[in-house]
Design a protein around this ligand. Structure first.
Ligand code: TTP
Ligand code: MG
Length: 353
């Protein structure tokens, strides 16, 4: 039997801010955009004190401000959060090399080979993280990744939840289907239409009915997931599929020259990013959202993968030339995909070509 541990930091960005500014401890803190709630932008995360007012990730900052006007609003400081994330990941690496870094504040690892009891391992990790960073995390331990992730979310913040196969009926089945990885808002609404609200409801649906509605692979996934069955391996190394950036303007822009200038800058950032990580890309996709939210994309695929700023920029401009810019623009973004490993460049030469 495998033992998989999932760790997820509590209110990560907000906790890092509260840690470095102790005067914010115990206060509602909202992190998002450039920290000005009168401007456009969305909430990246909110401290648990702010969540009591209904503030949550992905909500417009302006809405958060209405719900919780006395919260402290702060800009996103990725650099600091990434630094902290690296520090935590390094520390986790001391426990086992079989780690999957699943996001900036979460990781899975296989503890099957560690002889200590699960709760002891979890407590040790929590203690180390707290000593070295002053932050809290929530940990879930289960026979697979699917259940471990559900478990880590069950008693947030500072939680420790251990789920065994015997617990599935009592503790997993009452949860809403949304809690299963791979069930988003669309599918859960569809399932609800079929009278399936909880994971337990899903577990009582016959396999052939699920396959009929959702296709062979997703249907079977749902059938097995509802029974807590999941064999996904720990993936210790990810190849990125694409790299991109997009900007939402403070004020919608009509000026074509200015848009091109911004596009050139964003493209340079993306190219620097793929080069820093040693990748070359083949497809360049432009995204433009107009002030009325109408959104268009245009893509260009090159003959071979490249990390040349000139070639990628030319492709980006090709794309924008194929769009009729008849309205003010709200957002512009560029993405380079079909990435392949090239050789990483030293950062000193990144901006040279
Ligand atoms: P989460 O782990 O989803 O959230 P969290 O750590 O803030 O809170 P919880 O205690 O519930 O785990 O995401 C980790 C970080 O990723 C979060 O601190 C901010 C960032 N993030 C965004 O920028 N936008 C989002 O929509 C989400 C969900 C997270
Ligand atoms: Mg988290």
């Amino acid at each position: 039997m495998r033992r998989i541990l999932h760790i997820d930091m509590d209110a990560f960005f907000a906790s890092v801010e509260q840690k470095r500014r102790p005067e914010l401890l115990g206060r509602p803190v909202v992190i998002g955009g450039d920290g000005d709630p009168t401007k456009r932008g969305v909430v990246s995360t909110a401290s648990y004190e702010a969540r009591k007012f209904g503030v949550h990730s992905a909500m417009p900052l302006r809405t958060a401000h209405k719900l919780c006007p006395y919260a402290v609003f702060l800009p996103v400081d990725y650099k600091e959060y990434s630094r902290m994330s690296e520090q935590i990941k390094k520390l986790l690496g001391e426990f086992t090399p079989t780690i999957e870094h699943a996001g900036i504040d979460e990781a899975f690892f296989d503890i099957s080979q560690i002889t200590k009891p699960s709760d002891e391992i979890a407590k040790e990790i929590k203690k180390r993280i707290s000593q070295e960073t002053g932050l809290t995390c929530s940990i879930g331990i289960a026979p697979n990744k699917l259940l471990a992730k559900i478990a880590s979310d069950m008693q947030k913040p500072d939680g420790l939840t251990i789920i065994t196969e015997e617990d599935i009926e009592q503790r997993i089945w009452p949860l809403p289907v949304r809690k299963l990885r791979g069930v988003g808002p669309k599918n859960s609404a569809y399932l609800e239409g079929m009278g399936i609200k909880t994971i337990g409801d899903l577990a009582s649906a016959p396999l052939n009915k699920l396959i009929e509605r959702f296709g062979k692979s997703y249907g079977r996934y749902l059938y097995e997931a509802s029974r807590g069955m999941n064999e996904s391996p720990i993936i210790t190394h990810w190849e990125p599929k694409s790299a991109g950036r997009e900007i939402t303007f403070q004020k919608d822009i009509y000026d074509r020259q200015l848009l091109r200038k911004i596009l050139a800058e964003v493209t340079r950032e993306v190219v620097n990013d793929i080069r820093r990580r040693g990748y070359k890309g083949k497809t360049v996709t432009l995204k433009v959202r107009f002030s009325d939210f109408e959104t268009h994309t245009r893509a260009k695929t090159l003959y071979e993968p490249t990390d040349s700023l000139e070639q990628i920029r030319r492709a980006a401009f090709d794309c924008i030339n194929r769009l009729e810019l008849k309205k003010k623009v709200r957002l512009i973004g560029i993405r380079v995909s079909r990435l392949e490993k090239g050789s990483p460049l030293p950062s000193a030469v990144l901006d040279e070509t």
